[in-house]
Design a binder for this molecule. Structure first.
Ligand SMILES: [Zn+2]
Length: 188
């Protein structure tokens, strides 16, 4: 009987941190679905996507949920230098140092944005978010570019080289990444 009781208490001790994490997640909203990207491009896209979510959370004043998104950004940012080094990343070797530093800078923003967001400081959160967008733009500079017909004859089909649309013959145009798009709006 005693042995059994001991066993149960050991198990519940081992479970305690898991339960605490789950509760923490509920407090902050549903934990983000997240899988570590395996390519540089996917890593940058994941970061851009999470920044986009944070921007929407700021708009809808749901700062408590920023934590989960910022956590994903931190995790991907820490790996981004390694992803850039991977064969087939099409990142120029001389850019890896720049990327590695940007990844560290971006991951380093986690504590600050988490603290501001948890405190409900909208202006402070926005300020750190803007810094993060700038750093992410450095990362996006090195992602392989994609091109598309400006008339979207083939809908969302993209090409990895400049050329002409096979349907209408117009010159393909670079597809803007989200970060470029955000930066354009900053002047307002
Ligand atoms: Zn076309």
């Amino acid at each position: 009987m005693f042995v059994k009781a001991m066993f149960i208490s050991v198990v519940s001790l081992a479970m305690a941190p898991v339960v605490a994490l789950a509760q923490h997640g509920e407090e902050k909203g549903k934990p983000a679905e997240f899988k570590m990207p395996t390519t540089y491009k996917a890593g940058v896209e994941e970061i851009e996507h999470r920044l986009d979510v944070i921007s929407k959370l700021m708009e809808s004043k749901q700062l408590a949920k920023v934590h989960v998104e910022a956590d994903v950004i931190q995790k991907v940012a820490k790996e981004i230098g390694q992803l850039a080094l991977k064969e087939g990343s099409s990142v120029p070797k001389e850019a890896v140092k720049d990327i590695d530093q940007a990844g560290k800078d971006l991951a380093g923003k986690f504590d600050a944005i988490d603290k501001s967001a948890d405190a409900g400081d909208a202006a402070g959160t926005k300020k750190i978010y803007d810094e993060m967008v700038k750093i992410a733009a450095t990362l996006a500079k090195y992602t392989p570019k994609t091109y598309q017909c400006p008339m979207k004859c083939e809908r969302e089909k993209t090409y990895d080289k400049l050329g002409k649309c096979p349907k209408c013959g117009m010159d393909l145009k670079g597809v803007k990444s989200h970060v470029d798009h955000e930066a354009e709006h900053e002047g307002h």
